[in-house]
Design a protein around this ligand. Structure first.
Ligand code: 5AD
Ligand code: SF4
Length: 361
């Protein structure tokens, strides 16, 4: 749907979330992608990261993190557990590590997951499709993206974080490159991935106009999936130290939460048939209990329940106070809100098929 930038800006500026915005987003959602909410079982393979993003608790220079990397067997077993439970799409995530040994391990993990989940399909008398796999391992070289794709990863999430170069440069040290990030997104698309991107909403230094431009960036880039979420503090990061007074001021998170919901609604209205995640960060905003329901009402159609082993969950701390609802809790709440949780379908973004002029069989 066409909607003017000025109108978007006015909505973002206004206080509260207007009912008409939510109703329009919900109408478009129902018309374009139905009332389904697709599940991805999320495994956080490793919290080791070579990057130093100023906002993130996993940044390399944060020495207060207990680093972990799951073993190959641990990841494959978890993936099979998720698949046998009936969730047919997985999301594998880690900090960024351009490292041959880690990369080779990733490839082995993915090949094994595909092979074993296909076997399960055959045993169940189903078409051997295996698990749908979303990868999120940061910026890699093109050949690495190609190899992951061949191994069976068919969706990739790489957030642009902000589409405004100047802000990107303020949020990252000088050895991080906005160009490389854009290049990676381009490569992913060329290779044939279903491509997801997103931004951090409400991070200090960002303006409403930046957010409108982020939405236009998603549209221009013709992306298939959006994974965006609110900024949430992490005390061991430069951003928190620099903007502590703002972040801890009254009403900060209320505003960030409202902006996040509005951004989902705008994305649904503007981009119509993409997949949009109700992110874990959205569900973790301090003081917001009904975030999952509101995110879905605003147009989100994907959730990613965490399956990382309990012993390591506390160490994958990108921000403080991460909430982990179980898939059962999510399903129950989704149904109660009037939507249909879907575990057993890949739930690919319809937009991908449209842009490739293929039929979604
Ligand atoms: N608050 C919210 N999201 C964050 N991310 C990193 N740090 C934070 C934070 N403090 C997001 C980034 C990154 C993803 C893995 O987590 O957008 O892409
Ligand atoms: Fe690493 Fe991602 Fe955190 Fe940046 S946001 S420090 S790349 S885990």
């Amino acid at each position: 749907m066409e909607i003017s930038s000025k109108k978007l800006l006015n909505e973002l500026f206004s206080n509260g979330i207007s009912r008409s915005l939510l109703s329009l987003a919900d109408l478009i959602r129902k018309q374009k992608v139905g009332n389904y909410v697709y599940f991805r079982g999320l495994i956080e393979i490793s919290n080791v990261c070579q990057k130093n993003c100023y906002y993130c608790g996993l940044r390399k220079d944060n020495k207060n993190v207990k680093r972990y990397t799951l073993t190959e067997d641990e990841v494959v077993e978890l993936a099979l557990l998720i698949y046998k439970k009936g969730i047919k799409s997985l999301a594998l995530q880690s900090g960024e590590m351009e490292n041959e040994a880690f990369f080779e391990k990733l490839l082995r993990i993915i090949r094994k997951i595909k092979e074993k989940t296909k076997k399960i399909d055959i045993q169940n008398g189903e078409e051997p499709k295996g698990a749908g796999i979303t990868g999120s391992f940061g910026e890699l070289e093109r050949e690495h993206y190609e190899e992951l794709f061949k191994a069976g990863v068919h969706r990739y999430l790489l957030r642009i974080e902000t589409s405004k170069r100047e802000l990107y440069e303020k949020l990252h040290p000088s050895d991080h490159s906005f160009e490389k990030r854009l290049k990676c997104l381009k490569w992913l698309k060329e290779i044939g991935y279903q491509v997801g991107t997103g931004v951090i909403i409400g991070i200090p230094g960002q303006t409403y106009e930046d957010l409108v431009n982020d939405l236009l960036f998603f549209k221009d880039f013709d992306i298939d999936m959006i994974g965006m979420g609110p900024y949430i503090e992490h005390r061991d990061t430069p951003i928190f130290c620099w903007y502590k007074d703002l972040i801890t001021s009254n009403g900060f998170y209320k505003k960030v939460f409202e902006l996040s919901i509005k951004m989902i609604a705008f994305a649904r209205i503007l981009l119509e048939d993409v997949n949009i995640v109700a992110s874990t960060a959205l569900q973790s905003v301090p003081g917001c209990e009904n975030a999952l329901e509101l995110g879905i009402k605003a147009g989100a159609n994907v959730v990613m329940p965490v399956f990382t082993p309990y012993s390591e969950r506390k160490n994958y701390r990108i921000y403080e106070g991460k909430k982990n609802l179980t898939p059962e809790e999510m399903s129950q709440r989704i149904k109660k809100a009037g939507y249909e949780p879907v575990w057993d379908k890949w739930g690919d973004p319809l937009h991908f098929f449209k842009r490739n002029k293929m039929s979604n069989s």
